[in-house]
Design a binder for this molecule. Sequence first.
Ligand SMILES: [Zn+2]
Length: 412
Amino acid sequence: MKLIVQVKLLPTPVQAAALEATLHACNEAATWVSEVAFVKGVKRNFALREHTYAEVKQRWGLGAQAAQHVIKKTCDAYRTLAANLKAGNLGRPWSKRYRRATGKPVAFRPEGAQPYDDRMLSWQIPERTISIWTLSGRVKGVAFTASPEQLARLALYRKGESDLLYRDGMWFLQATCEIPETEPNTDPDGFLGIDLGIVNIATTSDGQIMAGRALNRGRLRERTLRTKLQRKNTPSARRRLKKRRRKEARRTKDINHKIAKHVVAEAERTGRGIALEDLTGIRERVRLRKPQRATLHGWAFAQLGAFIAYKARQAGVPVVYVDPAYTSRTCAECGHIDRANRVSQAWFVCRNCGFVDHADRNGSRNIRARAEALWRRGAQSTAPEPPPTARGGTGRKRSTTPSGARSASPSL
Ligand SMILES: [Zn+2]
């Protein structure tokens, strides 16, 4: 499976200036190529190269590889646009958005990402440096930061192109890695149920709570501050707001990565599968008091689900999605369903059998039980050919990658 590893570059001021000039030139050239493509109606790589290659090299001083990437990037942009138009993402052909998108050439931001191949970029992983082509020649020894895990991934699996990008005053490289998948475990020793919630982001059926009270306190503080900035609505307040939003998104992503990593490692270690709630339509389904609703929707549960799914796939851990209806009101011991079973946010007390448990843990145990029932049914339906395969099955979904598209792949 493809995975993007993002590393932050630490260029010296001189190196940064060379990178900036190069990125700007590439995007200016791409915008010009795009105009040619638009005017001449030529949007295929080889045909477009005939019209633009020589001039891109000469006018912007790009090397052969860089010029080819600029042209290819332009073609890719038109292909993406065509796919979006076809999928109806920009409305109907007569809509304003559709006409605006098709009425002029695609333009590139001065700081848009630029692809680099192995001839233009080389990695010295033990030294944590790269050597990269720029307009002012090859720049050597540009330092980068990466976690030990990222370094290992880069050393073992980096393959193909990397994107150079500039964001929030920082330089990054996004490297494509081709990670081998582990043979899927077709005979899991039970399931680890995960309950997703508002007060506790994730609770496992083993009773472990992840990202609870302390995290929510921080998030509440953040939201109060953002509301204040929103009210102010001055240019500087808007700028600060944007920055804080991004910071918050990075923190959320980081926490989701940690939860997913932990959950998958635990399931792998114990030979179990993972049972998750099917989250499609969670917004419609969940009816909560207003402040809680804001909290819930503020959390990227879909992202967490996607992280768990791809990490599980990598580790060969099966994932089963279950219908989460009434998991919080059902007794995990006797199956009695009653709204009154949930006596408080934190506690579950069964009206029928008197079973007492932490409410989220009770929920995750129900999720686990549902997944195990689904898995058994699936295994039975494929029973004729022992051993039961991981393919097919009734009502059981296998883990899937978030998306095939490279840009949509989760990055680390
Ligand atoms: Zn009960």
